[in-house]
Design a protein around this ligand. Structure first.
Ligand code: GLP
Length: 243
């Protein structure tokens, strides 16, 4: 595991964007596993600027996102498809057909999850998986539970996740209670994993994820077993007295 300390959010975003660009420059047809949430906004902005400056070419890149809310249409500004289009895809030269998220608009969530796993497999797996961290230690929407779940699955969101994510919605009641998420399998099978964490509210859970027991009660703790994990975190998330 490699931990890269950044001064603040801006520096974290820059360092993470540089790692992703290095991946794309090295392998122009990379499969990037992408994530949503406020953590990623800064680094997506930087990737867009690299593209605009002519330093990055996404024409052969393929992406698979971690998750999507069940029941949210892509035109809903709170959906993760909308987030990805608005904050990255619409501003770079990636082909829309090469961008993938689970669909939240399905009758049969299990069928959609199985199809999503088959899609990831058909792409040859993920080259670089970008991850944020939930306050309860979730990665994607793999919430704390009794076992790590390998396959993509439909999950009932934890109360703490609903509360945390309600800041993006008008009312807490509007936050969907279910989501589809990539399972632990493709994340752990990714050739490299890039975990980005910022802010003091995440310091304690980050310490558990990186140095605590490996347990499905803290889903991100499984990353300790990944052979190529890079963590980019700001000083607040890496509070000296907590590490
Ligand atoms: C959501 C997403 C996660 C993300 C997490 C942290 O629940 N499903 O993929 O990592 O939130 O979000 P934020 O970056 O806004 O703190």
């Amino acid at each position: 595991m490699k931990i890269i300390r950044a001064k603040d959010y801006k520096e974290m975003s820059g360092k993470a964007a540089d790692i992703i660009s290095a991946q794309v420059i090295q392998k122009s047809d990379s499969v990037l596993g992408l994530a949503t949430g406020s953590t990623m906004l800064g680094l997506y902005e930087i990737l867009i600027s690299y593209y605009r400056n002519g330093d990055l070419d996404f024409s052969k890149v393929k992406t698979v996102n971690l998750d999507e809310y069940l029941g949210l249409h892509p035109s809903n500004p709170q959906s993760y498809r909308y987030y990805m289009d608005q904050n990255l895809f619409d501003h770079i030269n990636i082909l829309p057909e090469n961008t993938h998220l689970p669909s939240g608009m399905v009758d049969d969530a299990e069928e959609e999850c199985a199809a999503y796993d088959a899609l990831i497999e058909s792409l040859g797996g993920v080259d670089l998986q970008l991850l944020g961290l939930g306050l309860d230690g979730h990665i994607g929407f793999n919430e704390p539970g009794e076992a790590f779940i390998k396959e993509s699955h439909c999950i009932m969101l934890d109360e703490s996740t609903i509360k945390a994510n309600s800041r993006f919605f008008d009312y807490e009641d509007d936050v969907p209670r279910h989501a589809l998420t990539m399972g632990i399998g493709p994340i752990m099978n990714a050739k490299t994993v890039l975990l980005c964490v910022n802010g003091k509210t995440k310091a304690s859970i980050l310490k558990q994820v990186l140095f605590g027991p490996i347990t499905p009660k803290v889903p991100g703790s499984i990353l300790q077993l990944h052979p190529h994990l890079t963590v980019v975190a700001d000083e607040e998330a890496l509070l000296i007295d907590k590490f």
